[in-house]
Design a protein around this ligand. Structure first.
Ligand code: AMP
Length: 280
């Protein structure tokens, strides 16, 4: 496994592989790797000739400075894991390598995606995500890039960016990996105490409840019930939103064929995100 810290060296190396028509799979991460990340890496290894994983805690996508400062860093463990997985390349840049003086992302709009859910509650977050992903694509020129559906709206934002800017990369959405009891794996779970870990399970349970309630209630009624339940819980609900997974239209009276329930809740100070697709 070769580790790169310099963008120019990585770009040069990748270009030689691409001139041989090799498929480059790219998995962007912020480190503190877990089985969710591993699933993305394994998919890339299956579909591409070379796999590159980046580890970079991107400051520009954190709207909450405390969340950035407390973000878990486990670089040594991450590198051991990636070595065991036989990843070809790891990119470990510093901020200056990513945000060079002349770097600029073209101006474009992602429309309504920036005004609901993560767009609404984390101002500037998607601008930061697009900035870093665009820059990575510029450096790596991957054939395919792998993103987790746990961050469902993020996948849509990246897909929109690649489509609007006509970028030559295929975005591959990957299913959410969960603990046995249902809790979605997340690097932020490392910050949970044992008690909080137990409380956090409520998020998955509330998603399952929403799925069960969808049999007899409208999306609006389900949303109200879930909101009510959180008021009686130890978690602080930021939002529950039921949308059509293709159009992102908020569903009120009717379920669509591919509806999705999206939840963000705080366990103590820790912000957790999850979702569940409901097919009709
Ligand atoms: P992060 O390191 O949290 O920025 O995540 C890097 C990538 O891994 C993103 O595309 C996430 O959506 C994805 N990811 C995070 N958690 C999971 C999970 N539990 N299952 C599948 N993918 C995940």
């Amino acid at each position: 496994m070769k580790i790169f810290t310099k963008s120019a060296e990585l770009s040069a190396h990748i270009s030689t592989l691409k001139s041989d028509a090799k498929k480059i799979g790219f998995v962007p991460t912020m480190g503190a790797l877990h089985a969710g990340h591993v699933s993305l890496v394994e998919r890339s290894k299956m579909e591409c000739d070379f796999t590159i994983v980046s580890i970079f805690v991107n400051p520009t996508q954190f709207n909450n400075p405390a969340d950035f400062e407390k973000y878990p860093i486990r670089t040594e463990d991450d590198l051991t894991l990636l070595t065991d997985l036989h990843v070809d390349f790891v990119f470990l840049p510093n901020k200056e390598e990513i945000y060079t003086e002349n770097f600029k992302i073209p101006n474009f709009s992602i429309g309504e995606l920036n005004n609901i859910m993560e767009g609404k509650f984390r101002p500037g977050h998607f601008e930061g995500v697009m900035q870093v992903v665009y820059r990575f694509f510029e450096i790596i020129q991957p054939t395919k890039a792998y993103f987790g559906l746990k961050d469902f709206q993020q996948v849509a934002v990246i897909q929109k960016m690649t489509q609007v800017l006509n970028l030559e990369v295929e975005i591959i959405p990957c299913v959410t990996v969960r603990e046995q009891d249902g809790l979605a794996l997340s690097s932020r779970n490392l910050r949970l105490s044992e008690g909080q870990r137990f409380e956090a399970l409520f998020i998955y349970q509330s998603l399952i409840l929403a799925e069960n309630l969808s049999q007899k209630l409208t999306p609006k009624e389900v949303k109200n019930q879930i909101e009510q339940l959180y008021l009686e819980s130890t978690l602080k609900l930021e939002y529950v939103e039921i949308i059509d997974s293709k159009t992102f239209e908020i569903l009120n009276e009717k379920w669509s064929e591919e509806s999705i329930v999206c939840i963000v809740a705080y366990v103590g100070e820790i912000r957790l995100i999850d979702n569940l697709a409901i097919h009709f």
